[in-house]
Design a protein around this ligand. Sequence first.
Ligand code: AMP
Length: 542
Amino acid sequence: MLGLMQSQPLLISSLIDFAERHHGEAEIVSRRVEGDIHRYTWKDVARRSRQVANALDGTGLLFSDRVATLAWNGYRHLELYFGVSGSGRVLHTINPRLHPDQIAWIANHAEDQVLCFDTTFLPLVQAVHARCPGIKLYVAMCEADKLPQDSGVPNLVSYEAWIGAQPTGYEWPVFDENSASSICYTSGTTGNPKAALYSHRSTTLHAYAAALPDVMCLSARDAILPVVPMFHVNAWGIPYSAAMVGSKLVFPGPAMDGKSIYELLESEKVTYAAGVPTVWQMLLGHMKPNNLRFSTLKRTVIGGSACPPAMITAFNDEYGVEVLHAWGMTEMSPLGTLCTLKNKHLDLPAAEKMKIRLKQGRAIYGVDMKIVAEDGGELPWDGTASGDLYVKGPWVVREYFKGEGGDPLVNGWFPTGDVATINAEGYMQITDRSKDVIKSGGEWISSIDVENIAVAHPAVAMAACVGMKHPKWDERPIVAVVRKPGSEVSREELLKFYEGKTAKWQIPDDVVFVDAIPIGATGKMLKTRLREMLKDYKLPGT
Ligand code: AMP
């Protein structure tokens, strides 16, 4: 017997319709490429998204055709999120930090037909357009009078001219909720990038789950500043969840330095922010020496790479901002787990609470997870056994776009490539990427643990731990360290700093000071590149 409730497809257009009707007056504030502040409301986003949809009809794009963006977090990008997907086309957010060769490759692979770009990225467009014959229209996201002249880019129009003349009415089409809505290519540190192809259903369900109180806890009373880029996994789905709850949104544009972010947090009374640890490092680095305080910020979700304990302490203890440590990945839309305390943890001593906060957290309803040993057997949830983390759920990939890389699933589960423990209460902790794990004398050493201790030292700005071949132990960890400007710390001092903080055999064998640690297009440390940098390195005593 079937239930007798209405069957209505979960479509992204319903989010913008809802935001317009119920939260039409809530503000969207953007720092523009030009440096000024632009301000309007959800009502305006909805109206202009419909103009985008009309413009796409006029450009001759059909259902499921791809529209690419090379853009910062800003209001026009938001309009494309709703106008492109809402009208049944597929939004392909390209990461502008990729090499032009990769950008050309993925634009061709995705078969993009329109490319909308912030004018900052004109040089990238100039570098790739000749190699992207499928793109029939280039849209510079600016006013008509700011359209770059003599750029050499063919079929170039300004965004405002493109949508400005369009009617503001549009009837969003109704179609199967499993239809594709957006594409995001993985960082692809090896081989060609692979693409996660999200659907309206997966995106809407993820938006519901992300907004829950023990997940991102978003509401109409929040002013949210996503520093996490809209070109990487849809800014963790925040644009969709924000429309669903009707919160204010504040976009930083290209200005992601500590000073600019701090000013925006204060001037727009931001209550909630989201970003990767490196961004918050810059923010804290600006605030401390200038003796600044937050007047409205209450919570910040930090993910993308492990949040160091020193950062959790700084936010929680010094600034009274709750850190929500999150884990996920492109293939998971991205959210998988989020760390919030349970009632029984609230009275624990601070050090015990910190141990929990350092974990990546509990699974969100909708995401099922398990850890498995090398032989494929499931490992216990005892907080000690660590193994490959597998997930499944309605917003986890089933297949990569165009079948790239074969079948990614193992008996219906997606192997994340992360290595983790899960404790009896279901708190998951990532210890490594499987390819970064260090195996010493048959035991695993977590590179994240080694890095966290190093960055807790006041003179250390950044640390990356890698395993080096060792004749007796198979591998031993070393830590590459970037010192803070003007700070001094010696190899011996740093190795001493590890004593008492971890088991003796987990203390790295050596410290290598470097000017910079290579960072990839999504802000993560590129250990493959670091290993190349250290290819002539020899462990002491070997
Ligand atoms: P991406 O698909 O580029 O978002 O990268 C996903 C990967 O980032 C995950 O598989 C993890 O290896 C890593 N990652 C994301 N969040 C965290 C976190 N909170 N702690 C440690 N690693 C993380």
